[in-house]
Ligand binder design. Structure first.
Ligand code: GUN
Length: 286
């Protein structure tokens, strides 16, 4: 039987519509959610991401403040802007689009963001909170994967399932593992040094590919009836967008699968918008 296609576009639209309704209610109480977006330099992919984030704010009814700074901006200038935004009562979330130009240290910049405004969930305080099961902002892409599993796979319980995550980045692989653990899955993280990758992946009831290499996950990596989530966004030799998973061959074996594009991708912005809403609620009571 052909796999069920988990529709990230649809699920992200549902989440944004739910936020739009809740935001209208906040507005009636005189509260506007505000996200400050900082882009340094002119990387074309980053420009597209930032534009999409601002559009999502507009759709939901958030205020977005845009700071598009030249590539030569010094680290000091950027840190000064972050300090100013940290102290502003009207700013709920601060997002610094990555990657930053080489002369700016990303870690120093992330550490400078007030953890209560770190809607990307990159600050060590938020990563630590996730690690010990406390409240905090969760990195948007892995948070989106959880929503795809909960909303896109009806009658599928994560608890007790074998989950294999391929990739160990700070933004996806590691927080993904912690979130799946929070959902009571049995979690394995595989990576570039893993021996017998096929065998390890074949254990998975839920296989999450976050490698960043086109087509590394084949039908031989997938157990019959597994749920396969493809976090990769790559370009193949023809310049076409494709994931880490060889969709055509894996779809014949999986119970459910996310497409690329239209799977995990749209969820990242939806979860960013959700974090902004949560930030506003938090600041409302301060
Ligand atoms: N660059 C690529 N993805 C992201 C993201 O989720 N957040 C930020 N700030 N930069 C990114």
């Amino acid at each position: 039987m052909a796999a069920k296609i988990i529709d990230g576009k649809l699920i992200s639209s549902q989440i944004k519509d739910e936020l739009k309704e809740k935001t209208a209610l906040l507005k009636e109480k005189g509260i506007t959610v505000t996200l400050a977006v900082i882009l340094v330099g002119e990387d074309p992919a980053s420009q597209v991401y930032v534009r999409n984030k601002k559009r999502a704010c507009e759709y939901i009814g958030y205020n977005s403040l845009s700071y598009e700074l030249p590539a030569e901006t010094s680290q000091e200038e950027l840190l000064k802007l972050i300090a100013e935004l940290n102290s502003r009562k009207d700013v709920d979330g601060i997002l610094v689009q990555m990657p930053l130009p080489g002369h700016i240290d990303e870690k120093t910049v992330i550490d400078a963001i007030d953890p209560s405004k770190d809607v990307d969930g990159f600050h060590p305080m938020n990563v630590g909170a996730l690690c010990i099961g406390e409240k905090g902002f969760v990195s948007c892409t892995p948070a989106g994967v959880i929503q795809l599993l909960k909303r896109g796979c009806e009658n599928f319980d994560i608890a007790g399932k074998e989950c294999v995550i391929v990739g160990r980045s700070n933004i996806v692989g590691k927080p993904m593992a912690l979130l799946m653990l929070r959902e009571n899955a049995t979690v394995t993280i595989a990576h570039s040094k893993t021996k017998n990758l096929e065998e390890v992946c074949k254990r998975a009831d839920i296989l999450i590919a976050a490698v960043g290499k086109a087509g590394v996950i084949t039908a031989d990596h997938v157990k019959d009836g597994a749920v396969v989530i493809d976090v990769g966004i790559n370009r193949n030799e023809e310049g076409k967008l494709c994931g880490d998973v060889r969709y055509d061959e894996v779809a014949g074996k999986a119970y459910a699968i996310t497409p690329v594009p239209g799977g995990v991708g749209p969820m990242t912005i939806a979860m960013l918008m959700n974090n902004c809403y949560e930030a506003a609620l938090m600041h409302m009571n301060q």
